[in-house]
Design a protein around this ligand. Structure first.
Ligand SMILES: Cc1cn([C@H]2C[C@H](O)[C@@H](COP(=O)(O)OP(=O)(O)OP(=O)(O)O)O2)c(=O)[nH]c1=O
Length: 205
């Protein structure tokens, strides 16, 4: 009979500081193992803040907040990944709708025009925070009031920036996309895999 020595190793690569089910599902595709950690952050834009500055600030803040939660709870030290997604129409930042009226207004604004979707990633590690930005342009078909009302009643817009989900029924409104489909969904897969790969994690390590 032979005995093999096995060393007990921490099998978890990182924490995901996000409550978004889309981000959890997408991150799993990059080949990392992770646990979620709660990282509450005030998502109010600063007065006059540009959309790009806003999403980068939030990804940074969410990753830092997750790191601080890890320390406060004496959890094993691992990198913390976070993200933020914002829909931008002209100078307006469209976040998650507060209610059905808000969602209806946003969808009316998006109907028949093009907008940008910015998703930033923040990775907090022992040496600091690295942030990365993914930018996409989404073209919406002209929507009727009935289509908008029906979509809002489905409930899908309620937890999503810009009041739609490209991965769901909202995808029916998208006539063209330039950029990253997964970035619009909330976690750009390519950029995420490259960022994690730089730190020796996942399939692109
Ligand atoms: C535009 C768009 C956004 N979204 C979602 C992605 C994000 O979950 C959400 C934008 O809000 P965020 O504030 O980026 O994220 P969140 O509050 O849902 O999660 P957390 O801060 O805990 O990470 O909108 C889609 O699912 N599909 C889309 O097409």
């Amino acid at each position: 009979m032979s005995f093999e020595m096995t060393t007990q190793k921490d099998q978890i690569d990182l924490y995901l500081a996000s409550g978004s089910p889309r981000r959890k599902e997408l991150l799993a595709q990059t080949g990392v193992t992770f646990e979620r950690i709660a990282a509450p952050v005030d998502e109010t834009p600063l007065p006059g803040e540009k959309a790009r500055d806003y999403v980068l600030r939030l990804a940074h803040a969410k990753a830092e907040s997750g790191w601080q939660a890890m320390i406060a709870q004496s959890l094993p030290v691992r990198p913390v990944l976070a993200a933020d997604t914002t829909v931008v129409l002209g100078d307006a930042i469209l976040g998650k709708p507060e209610n059905a009226v808000d969602a209806t207004q946003m969808l009316r604004l998006l109907s028949g025009s093009s907008h940008e979707v910015l998703t930033s990633l923040g990775l907090r590690h022992a040496g600091g925070v690295e942030v990365v930005l993914s930018t996409s342009v989404v073209h919406f078909a002209q929507l009727t009031d009935a289509q908008i009302a029906d979509y809002v009643a489905s409930g899908e817009p309620m937890d999503k920036a810009g009041s739609y989900g490209i991965q769901g029924r909202g995808g029916l409104f998208v006539s063209r996309l330039e950029g990253s489909f997964t970035g619009v969904m909330g976690l750009p897969l390519h950029e995420t895999a490259v960022l994690l790969g730089k730190y020796g994690m996942g399939f692109l390590a």
